[in-house]
Design a protein around this ligand. Structure first.
Ligand code: DC
Length: 230
């Protein structure tokens, strides 16, 4: 069967990654988390004093962007994808609220996006991938055979993020998270380069009231129909 590219875009914390990962596993495709790449760049800035008094040192970041090596590996036990920043496992650190605070600003920088988009296109060369993010169906792979745009209400998304953080033992404040979700939505939708928007040919999936199983059935159904046509 011909392999395709599956682009999953949408708002932050609407379960895109969990959904994209599960879909990839079900159909035997590789999964790539493009948001993790922007998060790794933000972490790199935090670790290398490129954020001074809340300001990002964009000139230094521009000079050093090629030094930022981001790779993914699959955990043999959990089968989850692990993000490496310059060969160090940063999967846990990149999910912190501190990284979340800076990442939208980092992801709004044109030279960062150019570099990440080039790398993402390279990852999709052989097809057979599921990639999630904000601009996968619009910019990275405008010709992706399957495009899904996921959304859910801000409150539902904040609650999911809250549950995720508390489940792993991190301290969390619901209102702070909700504020962060709304702020990120705003930055993501209004930035100049590749703002978050649904591609005209993407299928809309509002999962506010869907179980994971219902969502997966929907995705597999779309995938089967599309690949039958290929
Ligand atoms: O999906 P996430 O929350 O891990 O994404 C982190 C940030 O990166 C978020 O602010 C949006 C941004 N991002 C982006 O601009 N483009 C992508 N393809 C993926 C994420």
């Amino acid at each position: 069967m011909k392999k395709i590219i599956i682009a999953i875009d949408g708002f932050s914390s609407c379960g895109k990654s969990t959904m994209a990962k599960a879909l990839a596993r079900n159909i035997g495709y590789l999964y790539f988390d493009s948001g993790a790449m922007y998060r790794a760049v933000a972490l790199y800035c935090m670790q290398n004093s490129l954020i001074i008094e809340d300001e990002i040192d964009t000139e230094s970041l521009k000079r050093r962007i090629k030094e930022i090596n981001i790779t993914f590996e699959v955990d043999p036990e959990t089968k989850n994808s692990i993000t490496y920043l310059n060969n160090i496992n940063v999967e846990h650190e990149i999910r912190s609220l501190e990284v979340s605070r800076y990442v939208s600003r980092i992801a709004a920088l044109d030279f960062v996006r150019e570099e990440m988009v080039d790398r993402q296109r390279e990852m999709g060369k052989a097809k057979g991938i599921v990639m999630d993010g904000r601009d996968i169906g619009t910019t990275v792979f405008p010709n992706a055979e399957m495009k899904v745009f996921v959304t859910a209400s801000a409150e539902v998304r904040a609650q999911r993020r809250y549950d995720e953080l508390t489940a792993r033992g991190d301290k969390a404040d619901f209102n702070e998270i909700l504020e962060n979700v709304l702020q990120r939505d705003h930055i993501d939708q209004t930035r100049e380069v590749s703002p978050l928007k649904k591609a005209d040919d993407a299928l809309l999936l509002d999962n506010s009231n869907l179980t994971r199983e219902e969502q997966m059935d929907w995705l597999i159904d779309v995938f089967n129909k599309l690949t039958e046509e290929c």
